[in-house]
Design a protein around this ligand. Sequence first.
Ligand code: BG6
Length: 487
Amino acid sequence: MAHATENTGISSRLLLFGATGDLAKRMLLPSLFALHEDGLIAADLRIVGTARSVMSDEEYRELAAQSLSEYLPEDRKGNGQLQSFLERLSYQPLDASQTDGFNALAQKLGDISGGLSIFLSTAPSLFEAMIAGLKSAGLTGENVRIGLEKPLGNDLGSSGVINDAVAQAFSEQQTFRIDHYLGKETVQNLMALRFANMMFEPLWNSNGIDHVEITVSETVGLEGRHGFYDDTGSLRDMVQNHMLQLLALTAMEAPANLDATSVRDEKVKVLRSLRPVQMEEMVRGQYGEGAVKGEAVNSYADDLGDQSDTETFVAIKAHIDNWRWQGVPFYLRTGKRLAERRSEIVIQFNAVPHNIFAERGGKLNANRLVIRLQPEEYVRLQVMAKEPGLDRDGVVLREVPLDLSLSQAFSKARKRIAYERLLLDLVDGDPTLFVRRDEVEAQWHWVDAIRKTWNENDMEPKSYGAGSWGPAAAIALTERDGVSWHE
Ligand code: BG6
């Protein structure tokens, strides 16, 4: 997919920082195994894990085998590929705050002339030391690229510090910032839907569309991520990255082609066109006690063991100030402990200019396109149809779905998790699905202004019952425009 000049070649070494952590166990190792099993990574790719814990290669392979048995889908297990996968793995303990240890790491990696890809997920405080360590051990050359997992700072300033530290050793072309939503199949499908079909694009603007809703709701709560989540909150955990990427892909102009520069150029234009949000256009929430899927759950304060003014829910009425989207609100909402786990984009089209059925009693609803990203994957267009009959008492029109179930249409294709795609693109050197620095900066610029408004106005989160759709104010946010959230 990458433009020839952007592709820096396939790596023969992959270095995983945080190799004993939760992300590695739940996502990275299972993803790498799947790529191995399907023959998608080169036979000579060696994977070196590193973390603080002292353990041998053998012990790390055991840890990996255990994670795979816990987290691989059933149909991936017992296919006889485990041993050959584990043989790719080795491990080097490292205290990343000390430069000395990096030489041993370099030795473990051996010859990196065939290219090295690094996957770095670490506490922001360790970034500078890490980069210095990599540099001192010769692990930053031209054929090295680095994948960076969030959090990469918590505002424009701190993200700038991290990006500057990385830029000391890696050019922008070598820097692959991860937003795992971009690895999701349905998110990429958004581009196919928009730009591989004729029928949507002519209407995809303020002439055809009344408003857009983007929902990313979760049923989980704090999940033991006390320190991190309470310092971060929903706005920075979900809106700054995943939701703004969804918004950008929904709103961008058609890129010249699918290379990394063209796609990211279009996304950043949207992000830079976001209008600063007014106080009355946003809602902050925090979950109280309640029941999720029939089970009683604690409030956020109880989960945390402390009072807090961190938000676990945000709803925002966003505006994109450009020609295409003038006057079309983008309603965003995301939160923890909501009624359902669901990610979707809803495009509400305008009503037809004149209802010819009105005199015969026919009522019309405007068309709506629902792009469901998870847990199900489908695209559903609500269209009006006439109920069969002789219409003696008037014409009855009804909304019927025109359904494209992606899981059914492509039932033979394997469902892949986002990290499979992203790790493969990292190792292959294709940056299209990674976030460029100017995108991140535009995202933070908008988000920082929101937090400033909250602070200046002492805007505390409103409580909502766990298992609901958030504070009542989130419903009012759309209702006063005559719009209902799609539920
Ligand atoms: C992560 C957030 O980036 O995305 C988590 O830190 C959140 O808080 C997760 O739960 C949601 O990802 P997904 O893929 O489950 O929608």
